[in-house]
Ligand binder design. Structure first.
Ligand SMILES: Nc1ncnc2c1ncn2[C@@H]1O[C@H](COP(=O)(O)OP(=O)(O)OP(=O)(O)O)[C@@H](O)[C@H]1O
Ligand SMILES: C[C@H](N)[C@H](N)CCCCCC(=O)O
Ligand SMILES: [Mg+2]
Length: 222
């Protein structure tokens, strides 16, 4: 596998922070390129997810289409009168970024089945056009994550798409909720490895600290 498609159980679950952490970890031993094919909710000058990954991990990060409204890509595109590239075209653009050796990390928009082009095709549909790719599912810590994780995992399995494993991304504000999420049950329930777990302060760390600590958040050989 040379492409990891970073999806999440929802929007706001920590895909960007997890992508940055994965990039910081993997780039210690090989080349890492990050792609965010579709960015919504930022105007022409605000930093988007690719900028955040660049800031935290210090790796090359590319942004595809940028849309102003903080909505699903198809809705935001319609409101701006933008024709989205097909997922096949988005996959070709990602393929063109592949380094000769190393990893390409691709962050989706929202959860797995969010429409990414004018026909409503999603990241699972895009994956079909990206050989040698596997999914990483970023899950929120906190009560409710078991169901959301299993819904995403089942959707990937139904499409026979490879899943590398799970990463715990965002933590709830309420520490009590964080305690009530029985994360230890996740790997067994999903039948997938827990590749990593971000600490609740990950995104607030200075970049140099983030890059130094990120490798300790993962438990798979890079
Ligand atoms: N482990 C963490 N520690 C601290 N803050 C976090 C962590 N993970 C995520 N956050 C914060 O939670 C918010 C949502 O995280 P993030 O932007 O990574 O979500 P996302 O899944 O990429 O969302 P989107 O679907 O918009 O791309 C951000 O403000 C981020 O800084
Ligand atoms: C605006 C937000 N931050 C994401 N970029 C887009 C999330 C789309 C979610 C669509 C949905 O599942 O309802
Ligand atoms: Mg993001």
């Amino acid at each position: 596998m040379s492409v990891l498609l970073v999806t999440g159980t929802d929007t706001g679950v920590g895909k960007t922070v997890a992508t940055a952490a994965l990039a910081a970890y993997l780039s210690r031993s090989t080349t890492v390129i990050v792609s965010k094919p579709l960015q919504t909710g930022v105007d022409a000058v605000e930093p988007g997810d690719a900028d955040e990954v660049r800031r935290l991990a210090g790796v090359e990060a590319h942004e595809g289409v940028r849309l102003r409204d903080p909505l699903a890509p198809t809705t935001a595109a319609r409101r701006e009168g933008v024709d989205l590239p097909s997922v096949k075209e988005q996959a070709a653009a990602i393929d063109a970024l592949r380094p000769p050796s190393g990893w390409t990390l691709v962050e989706g928009a929202g959860g797995l089945l969010v429409g990414l082009d004018g026909e409503g095709r999603n990241l699972a549909d895009l994956a079909v056009h990206l050989p040698h790719s596997a999914f990483v599912v970023v899950v929120r810590a906190g009560l409710g994550t078991l169901n959301h994780t299993m819904l995403t995992v089942e959707a990937l399995r139904a499409r026979k798409l490879p899943i590398a494993g799970l990463v715990v991304g965002a933590w709830p504000e309420d520490p009590d909720l964080a305690e009530r999420c029985n994360l230890e049950e996740l790997p067994g329930l999903a039948g997938l490895p827990l590749l990593g777990k971000l600490p609740a302060n990950a995104a607030a760390l200075p970049p140099e600290t983030f890059r130094a600590q990120a490798p300790t958040w993962f438990n798979f050989p890079a």
